[in-house]
Each structure stands twice: as C-alpha cells, then as structure tokens.
Ligand binder design. Sequence first.
Ligand code: FAD
Ligand code: SIN
Length: 502
Amino acid sequence: MVRSSRKILLYLTVIALVLIGRQIIQKKSNQMIKVTKQPVVVIGSGLAGLTASNQLANSYKIPVILLDKAKSIGGNSIKASSGINGALSTTQESLKVKDSPELFLEDTVKSAKGKGVEPLMKKLTSDSRSAISWLQESFGLKLDKLAQLGGHSTARTHRSSTNIPPGYELVSTLSKALKKTSEENPDLVQILLNSKVIDVIINKSGQVEGVKYIDETGETQILQTSNVIFSTGGFGYSKDMLEKYNPDLVKLPTTNGEQTTGDGQNILEKLGAKMIDMSEIQVHPTGFIDNANRDSNWKFLAAEALRGLGGILLHPETGKRFVNELSTRDSVTAAIQNYCPKNDNRAIILMSESLYSNYKANVDFYMSKNLVFKGTVKEMVDHYNIKSPLDAVVQGLKHYSTASKDDFNRPLIVNSFGKDVNSNTIVYYGEITPVVHFTMGGAQIDEHSQVLNTANKPLAKGLYAAGEVSGGVHGANRLGGSSLLECVVYGRTAANSIASRY
Ligand code: FAD
Ligand code: SIN
C-alpha cells in the first residue's frame, strides 16, 4: 500500500515537472517571467534583429528563432562605417562634449522636415543614452570616439578606438553573443540562414499564429509563434520599389546589399499595415566612384565620418569648394547635383594627413580598393585634370584651413590642411557621386514597436517591427548615425514589449 502511494506520488511529481517544464519560470533582474515553449520569430539578422534576439534570449531567457534569407548574418548593418548616435553618453561626458536628448531631438525634427512621427523621434533620442550604455556594458564595446556628422549640432556619433568599422564591430559582437547562447542552449536560440520569410499568419481574432518561410531546400515551412519581429531592412536595392515610390532615383547607384529588397514592407502592407513616408528615400552624397568600373550600380560608401572628421568636397573641374560639407545629406546631394558637372554627377573628396591618422583603418581600406589615393596636392590636381591653376587650388586649401569664418558656414573645421599647406603637402583623395542609401519609409510602428494598421491601431497582437523596415522615425531625411541607433532602440523595445506580455 505504502509502496503504491509512493509510486503515485512519484508519478504525480514527474507530471508536475513536465507541466512546469512547458511553462518554465525564469528569474531575471528580480522579475518573474513566464516562458512558454513557443519561441519568438525574429526575421532578419541585421542590427535590429540581433538586438531584439539578444535582449529576448540573453536578458529574458525567452526562446528565439532568428531567420535570414541570406547565407550570412548582418544585412546592411555590417557595412555601417560612421557609427551610432547617442546623447549624454559616458563617452561624451568623458570627452567633455555638451549634448542633450532635447538638442538631439531638435536636430532630428529639423532634418525630418515635417514628415515622420515626432513621438517616435522623441523615443529615439531620449533612449539613445541607454542604447549606447547597453552596448558598452552588455557587450564590452568601447564606443569611445566621436564624430560630428551632417545636420548634428554636436559630436554624438560613436565608434570604437579599436578601429574596427562600427557596423562590423556591432554585428560580430552581437552575433557572437547569440551564437554562444545557441551553442550552450539550442532550445533558447536557433539561427536559420537561407530561410526566406514569405508571409505571417494572423488568426481571426487578430493574433499572430505563425510565420511562413522557404527553407534552404526550397520547401515552404510554417513556424508556429504568437510573436514576430520584422527586422528585414530597407528597399534601396530594389529598382522595382524605387520605380514605384520615387522613379527619379532608379538611375542612381546604391550602397545597399542585394538582399535589401523591401520584403518586410511588402508583406506588412499586404497584411494591412499603415505605410508611411515611402517616397522619402535618402540619397547619400558620397558613394565612391571606382575608376575600374565607373558605371557599376553598386558603390562603396565614402563614410560621412570622412567629412565629419575634416574631409572637404571640391568641384572636379575648378578644384573649389562649393558646399558646407556638414549640412544634411539632402543639401549636400543637391549641391553636387546642381553645381558639379551634370553629365557625370561627381565631386572630389579631399582629406588631410591628420584626418588619415584619425581614421586610418577606414582610409587604408578605401586605399586597398583603389578608391582613395595618397599624393601631393599637385599630384591630386594632375590626377583629376583640374582646370584651375595649381596655385589657386593651394590658396583655396590655405583659406579653408585658416579663415576665421567659413565661406559656407561649416560648423566645425577639424583636421584641416594647415596654414603651411603647399603644392607638396600630402593629401588623400577620391571621386564621389550621390547614391541611394537608406529608405526612411516603412511600416509605421508605435512607441512599443508594434506595427500599426491604417486606423493607427496595432495591426495584430504579437506583430512588431524594428530598424529600417519600420517607418516614422526619421521623416524626410535621416541624420547620419541614427539608423544603427534606431535598430538598438526599437529592437530592444520590441523585445521588452514581448517580454512584458509573455
Ligand atoms: P539590415 O541590417 O539591412 O538587415 C536586414 C536583414 O533582413 C538582412 O540580413 C536580410 O537578408 C534579411 N531579410 C530581408 N528580407 C528577408 C526575408 N524575406 N526573410 C528573411 N530575411 C530577410 N547607419 C548608421 O546609423 N551609421 C552608419 O555608420 C551607417 N553606415 C552605413 C553604411 C552603409 C554602406 C550602408 C549601406 C548603410 C549604413 N547605415 C548606417 C545604415 C544602416 O546600416 C542600416 O540602415 C541599418 O543597419 C539597417 O539595419 P536593419 O537591421 O534594419 O536591416
Ligand atoms: C556613413 O558612414 O556615411 C553612413 C552613416 C549613416 O548612414 O548613418
């Protein structure tokens, strides 16, 4: 009798453990979080997807399946070259740079030109400090150097003194953390590459139920889930979408990778999402022209940090400056298009030796690709067959380096060519042209990263978006450095929103 009661007790204990196992209770940051078996599906492994996945799996112990249609992790995020914005960061404090979320918001709203959604901009800027400290504290990233990019009132674009390009550093660090978790606990993180999402299933009561994707063998699969985060990036590579939303830009080359085809925007629009600012497509003024393939549709970006750290733009025939290189991207692009030769839409970017020492790894990379050359001012003038006399070009550089007030009201002159600049001074130079770079529009989200419908209500329970696929955060013109920030702020927000309901 006693033996059989013990058996029953043991049996009941086993059943209870199995049931608890299905609804595991994890303790994290003094918070009790219920974790069900159903993982969150994150679509896209750029910075937005990596941020959301890390926050879910490593902070909340919520299981994640990360899907990407590409064969490797990182999307466009891995290419990012200038850095990530933050106001009131510890880096700014230690470098004694004055800033505030209010000033950052002011710059963002001004650049947005009446488009976008101001509360989303407010969240972007006010959460920027914690975004930078999350990267520094949770992942050990230094982010200890700053640049002032176009349209910013102060230096707030962070990169690391490791000299590893920012996008690569962020993606490799966050993906390493996620892979480590996946190796230690495969139930917590699964990463499926070569897996292209084609649809999301939403039931009649408006709850996400699953994600449909094509796996690496070409089979269609369905993942059951109640929560999905779209982090599929922009559409700058898709000529069809450029044709649809801003046909004037179809002829321009792009910096975007071939995976940047707006899949997320198309799926979400079909599901009934409110699309916002879709025709607002950012043309970055400086894509490098590779002399070996001048007409290529794809261009390496000449990072805005090159101008932020002192690079100037010269008219390719006169060798004269023509614009405040630190105004917003749309203004610099317009100046190139209006002022430089119409037939080939190009200008020269010129950098000093001190800029080179400050941004060596990047400039070395451009030199290794034959996009930037090192030579004297005279060699530069000969290289581009500049029509003005050499002395006039030298005087122009001296004036820029010594004048008390800049001719174009450039707010910051750093790493200039020096008062002793002459025809033998060493400079670094390349040719640039405007390029399609970033799509500001997308599926409108709210401050919880929920995708909205055309009535401005959440489109479905469990449907989130973060990063370039979403719209409303930048309006008509994104400030440099604010896209990586958007990925971190709204990627974390999507994860936090899911955790609060899990
Ligand atoms: P992405 O990083 O583009 O990732 C999207 C991922 O989704 C991709 O891996 C893609 O394969 C995947 N995907 C797409 N469709 C599907 C599908 N149907 N199924 C499964 N997976 C899918 N911003 C800054 O703030 N600072 C910078 O210094 C900076 N430099 C840049 C330099 C370059 C050259 C470029 C191109 C952009 C730069 N940007 C910069 C912009 C910024 O990098 C991107 O806008 C941002 O990283 C986008 O991140 P994301 O996570 O939204 O998308
Ligand atoms: C750049 O390096 O110029 C790109 C920065 C950005 O797109 O924010």
